[in-house]
Design a binder for this molecule. Structure first.
Ligand code: PGA
Length: 246
């Protein structure tokens, strides 16, 4: 059985004043040893969270595909490793939509992250019109395959998929359980041989109220959590639900 994995995506939230929350989340992770827990704070807090939270996996929310060079404002995968990050969220819809990241960009970033020794959390998901038009599974499976470097499948332990329907992110609206189950099954199938070994997380308005039902689905291996990961108090019931369902 795959272990449940709960990842907090802090997005552009948090200053040094938030390190106490990270420490409280680290204590929750310690108390629920059967669940894997990570948080991905902004770049500016990675090194501080690594030092303040031994035992908690700390990650980033993006990296550049190049190792170094003239890319003002960007951060490479090797720099994340140097800061103590173990994982990185790539291809989040907020970057695909607002910053024009294509699946080709995401694919190069996933290759760079895996090559640097990081775990890569590859995000995929459909917009509302695609969901309403009935083509969500085919759309997301295609997006996954276009975002996946050929070599990624050889290391499914460091490749995590996060299915996040765009219309469910930050809206308080989650996908129907049947639709989540169908999508996770479709993505597992699209991954081929490594599908059975690859963790597929759900994301989009996961909260203490809906986490247990989502985690009870056999193809859901955990969650990528935005708003409800910003405080230990809101994150706690999600981690607890993962530990009960794991
Ligand atoms: P949300 O964000 O939990 O606030 O909907 C999830 C995400 O964007 O990763």
């Amino acid at each position: 059985m795959r272990r449940k994995y709960v990842v907090g995506n802090w997005k552009m939230n948090g200053t040094r004043a938030s390190i106490g929350e990270a420490q409280a989340i680290a204590a929750l992770a310690l108390a629920h040893g059967q669940v894997d827990v990570a948080i991905c704070p902004p770049f500016t807090l990675i090194a501080a969270c690594v030092s303040a939270c031994p035992g908690l996996t700390i990650g980033a929310q993006d990296c550049h595909s190049a190792a170094s060079g003239a890319f003002t404002g960007s951060i490479s995968a090797a720099m994340l490793v140097d800061a103590g990050a173990k994982t990185v969220i790539l291809g989040h819809s907020e970057r695909r939509d607002a910053l024009g990241e294509t699946s080709a960009h995401v694919r190069a970033k996933v290759a760079a992250a895996l090559g640097a020794g990081l775990e890569a959390i590859l995000c995929v998901g459909e917009p509302l019109d695609v969901r309403e038009g009935g083509g969500a599974s085919a759309y997301v499976a295609e997006q996954l395959l276009q975002s996946l470097p050929d070599a990624a499948g050889h290391d499914s332990a460091r490749l995590i998929i996060a299915y996040e329907p765009i219309w469910a992110i930050g809206t308080g609206r989650t996908a129907e359980l049947g639709d989540i189950a169908e999508m996770h099954g479709a993505l597992r199938g699209a991954l081929g041989d490594v599908g059975a070994r690859t963790a597929i997380l759900y994301g989009g308005s996961v909260s203490g109220d809906n986490a247990a039902a989502i985690f009870s689905l056999s193809d859901v291996d955990g969650a990528l959590v935005g708003g409800a990961s910003l405080t230990a108090a809101k994150f706690a019931p999600i981690i607890a639900a993962a530990s009960t369902c794991g």
